[in-house]
Design a protein around this ligand. Structure first.
Ligand SMILES: [Zn+2]
Ligand SMILES: [Zn+2]
Length: 375
């Protein structure tokens, strides 16, 4: 069938994206869903910094690629061997498909699924295929989702079924921002009631971590960013304190207000000074979590003496260390109970044809979550 899709042909095009227009809206051909695959009509798709990192070349991917990895929609056709979904089901995409049988999936850590990671790295669906083409040339899938399209084909192992009453624009956010941000706090950082938490880097993921820390019962939630707009947003979402992480006084400020440092610091800025700030603001015996994805050549320096003498823990976090089939429904329940008010993250609603304007706004730091809505 034919569908519209936002296609990236070249990375590193110059800003402003309103002029260079890195994403081209094209009519493409979708192959029918194959074994354990479904055809999904996309209803909502969020603009995430990880899409921007492909556009600006910080996260190189094979091209041409249909971007978008945070989406929700409705199943309109099922392929062979699909028993757990049927036409009409509402679904959220998790941006890492999980095979269920590799040693990581078997040990309860599907965020490390090596089959899914390999497929994502190659820009193919979990079964190894590509289903999007134009003029006989196949395009690559973005993280098994390619949600910036009216329709997409996906592996069922990329999907989580959700209740029909959840609005699609809300549901979409749970596939990346909420899963990653809340998961970083709850799963990776193991925040418990009474802990002090600092989140550095306040995009959609970082602000979700602020909400997650509140929901987990943190006694003190500190928001840190160099942008005053984002700090103000974090305070509106319930952070008790906001710190300019670029200020010389920031570290001392946090230490003074937390009796020597926070229990858990979570970093989503993707900048080395931000990670170092998060580590240095972590108390003795505390945990620093980083879930940002800077350029692969990035390096940071830490004092091993602080790691050893202060018995700090530094943990990486991918996919919020989540089990998507377990955690997305659980976090949606928290949303329904009013404890994860993620609707407050949505600052803009767009049409697919306005997507380059959206990415320019994201690159300029003038938006939190922007959601493309489809008919
Ligand atoms: Zn994302
Ligand atoms: Zn696996």
């Amino acid at each position: 069938m034919k569908t519209r899709a936002a296609v990236l042909h070249d990375m590193k095009l110059p800003r402003p994206y309103t002029e260079s227009k890195p994403l081209k809206i094209e009519e493409v051909e979708l192959d029918p869903p194959g074994l354990r695959e479904v055809l999904v009509k996309i209803k909502a798709a969020g603009l995430c910094h990880s899409d921007l990192s492909v556009i600006d070349g910080n996260r190189p991917r094979p091209l041409p690629m249909v971007l978008g990895h945070e989406a929700a929609g409705e199943i309109v056709e099922v392929g062979e061997g699909v028993t757990k979904f049927e036409v009409g089901d509402h679904v959220v995409f998790a941006f890492l498909p999980t095979c269920g049988h590799c040693k990581f999936c078997q040990s309860g850590r599907p965020a490390l699924c090596e089959v899914g990671a390999k497929a994502n790295g190659e820009g193919v669906l979990l079964g190894g295929h590509r289903r999007i083409k134009k003029d006989g040339q196949y395009y690559y899938h973005h993280l098994g989702v390619s949600g910036f399209a009216d329709y997409t084909v996906a592996s069922i192992d990329s999907l989580v079924k959700i209740d029909r009453e959840i609005p699609f624009e809300i549901a979409a956010l749970f596939g990346c921002a909420v899963m990653t941000g809340v998961g970083a706090v709850v799963n990776t950082g193991r925040v418990k009631a009474g802990d002090s938490v600092m989140v550095v880097g306040l995009g959609g993921v970082g602000l979700s971590a602020i909400l997650g820390a509140r929901a987990a019962g943190a006694s003190k939630v500190i928001a840190a960013d160099i942008s005053s707009y984002k700090r103000d947003t974090a305070v509106e979402l319930g952070a008790q304190q906001a710190v300019d992480s670029g200020a010389d006084t920031a570290l001392q400020e946090v230490k003074d207000d937390t009796d020597g440092g926070v229990d858990i610091a979570v970093e989503f800025a993707g900048a080395m000074p931000a990670l170092e700030f998060a580590f240095n603001a972590t108390k003795r015996g505390g945990t620093t979590v980083t879930g940002a994805l800077p350029h692969p050549d990035s390096r940071f320096s830490l004092s091993p003496v602080a790691l050893v003498g202060d018995e700090k823990t530094l943990k990486g976090c991918y996919l919020g260390s989540c089990v998507p089939l377990r955690d997305i429904p659980a976090y949606l329940e928290l949303y329904r109970a009013g404890r994860l008010p993620v609707e407050k993250l949505i600052t803009h609603r767009l049409k697919l044809e306005d997507i380059n304007e959206g990415f320019e706004r994201l690159a300029a730091g003038e938006a939190i979550r922007q959601v493309v809505l489809f008919e």
